[in-house]
Every structure is written in structure tokens, then in C-alpha cells.
Design a protein around this ligand. Sequence first.
Ligand code: PMP
Length: 380
Amino acid sequence: MIDETLTMIPGPTPVHPRILAALSRPTVSHVAPVFVESFRKALADFRGLCQSQAGQPFLVSGGGTLSMEIALVNLVAPGESVLVVSQGYFGDRFGDLATAFGIRADVLRSEWGRAVPPEEVAKRLESNAYAAVTVTHADTSTGTAAPVEAYAGLLRGRKELFLLDGVCATGGLDEPFDRWGVDVLLTAAQKAIGAPPGLALCLFSPRAMERRRARASVPAYYADVLRWLPIMEDPSRYFATPCVNEVVALAEALRMIHEEGLANRFARHARIGRAVRAGLTALGLEFVTAPDCRADTLSVVRYPAGVDDAAFRKEMASRRVVVAGSLGPLAGKAFRMGHMGNIGPGEVATALTAVEESLRALGARVEAGAAVAAASRHLS
Ligand code: PMP
């Protein structure tokens, strides 16, 4: 990392040299056999990452917001209602998206830094009729991990479709699609999967596909999954040109995930999550997120009194580490550190050291070496 900047934001995440090498292979035709094979492998490996037998994968140029739109617009008709379980900025985005398509959104919001209790979801489900329920697994604005398994228990056997946003989770947090009864898991390439940005990924359950087929049309063209289905079944067919290099890079990222093994990968994220939290705590930083719902993919902490957001991030940048500022009500008051994808103890130590030195440079009283010492107890 001597001449490189370490990008520790909640996506895009650092891209492993193997994935960068795949990205830089010569651009070939989108119907060349070698590319068709990569596309097929990426689709199969994505379904494997979601631990699904029968889910239908879709891989489309775009990002997380497009995958949210694909999920919603294919399955909920204008005039129908959707329950939006929101733990922050990206949960709320589902409400905005719904409104843009004439879908009624009932937004059930938590306080920032807390999860929506499953009982509140249960109450709404009993008192209203919804076509679907949206849940954000890890909200990137607050670092909140939703109690998805408990929500899944409530939704089991019900008619509402379960749409899960895994943009800041898939590839780092366990998401057993079939076991949880998810209807659409939507995500993007650039976060815990560790590929460069540029791709929207969705997995549709057989029930979700049936629901889409039952609708004569949807208010979408590029985002209509039935236009993409023939390509997902046979990638040598054409609907719209895929971003060839990004698909090859994603296929490599997914190959690396399966080489590591899902259980090992989720355990690594849990270990790194604990280490980063211990390190930041040792610096006296206060978490925005309540202790029972801190995601293992990112941490969101408040600045100590007297430390300015822009000055802090400038100090960090001078140490070649980039963290993110905050959104909404936290803007200027907290910073966000991503710790997902293909990172390890070295990146954690570099990032924590930069935080410690930057705080000290701005006059905060922090003990030298405290963060890395606390983190390292969780890394072995
Ligand atoms: N959902 C979540 C949870 C996210 O973190 C993000 C991106 N930060 C999005 C959706 C939107 O993804 P994109 O920026 O790739 O459109």
C-alpha cells in the first residue's frame, strides 16, 4: 500500500489485485464464448453466495439503486402498497422509489442507530394490506444491521413478498435466501463482494418470478426482468450490451468468495468487525449504532468534541486512508469506516493507526498504539 490510498469507505471497497487483473483483460465481444462462460459462472456463483437452489439471478449494468428499482417495479403495481422498514437513508430510498412509481409507501422508521423491532413490523402487517415488505440488511448511513432473521420469521407463510437490500451486506453477512424465504435479494458489486462498481445483482424467488409473469406489463423497459430473463438463461443472447470487463471482474470476485468459503468469509467479517469496534472504542469514540445492531461491514462513530469533519478527513487523506463522512442528521458529526470485502488485519491496522494519528493531530487526547493493540486481540 506504499503508494496507494487505502479506501476504507462503505463502498466501493479495495479491489484485490486478482480482480483488477480480471478487469484489465482485453475487452471481448459480449457474445464471445469466453465471455458467455464468465457470465454463466458469475450467475451460478452469485446464486451460490445467496445459498439458493432455485432463485433466478439477474446481472445488469448499474448499481444498488437500479437493483432496488428492479425489485420494486417488477413486483409492486402502481396503486398497491409496500411496507418500507427503514433504518436510515437507504431504507428511506425505497419510500422515494415507490412514490416515483405511484406505489404507496408506508415507511416504518427506527430512530437513527437503532433497528425497527420485529413486533412493530408484526403490528403493521396485521393492520394493513401490503404487496411487499422492503428491508435494508445493513443501512450504510447508520451502520445498523436489521434483525432480518426475526423479520423473515414473521413473513414466513404470508402473501407479502420479502425484498431484501443486501447492498452493504451480501458477501460479508450471512443471507440464506431459501431458508429465510426471501423473494428478492438485491445488491451491488462494489461492497462486500469486493468487485469494482458497475453492476446491479438481484436474485428472484420462484414465487417472485410467478408474480412478475402474472402482470401483463410493468412501468419499465431496461429494468423489466422478463426482458433480461432470456439473457440470464443463455448469455450468448442480446438485449442490452453488458459491461464486459466488469462482469469478468465480478466473476473473479465471486470465485474468490467461494475459494474462501462462505462460513470462513462471514467469520472473517465478524472478526474484523469486532476488531475495528474494539479499536475505535479504545480511542474513546462513541458509536452512533446501538450495541445490539452494529453491522460487521461498517462502523459509524461520532467525532469527539472539537474535531471538525473536514479537518479530520484531510488528516486521514494525508495518511493515505479515506473514510466517509456522514449523511442526513449525522452530516458533519460522525464518520463512517467500511470494513468489508477483501480486507484483512493489515488494512485494519493501517486504518486505525491513521484515525489515531489524525485525532491526535487535531488535539484529541488519545493513547498512542491503543487502537491497534485493542483490535489485535480480536484478529488472531
Ligand atoms: N442500499 C444500500 C444499503 C447502500 O448502501 C447503497 C449505496 N451506498 C445503495 C442501496 C445504493 O447503491 P448504489 O450507490 O450502488 O446505487
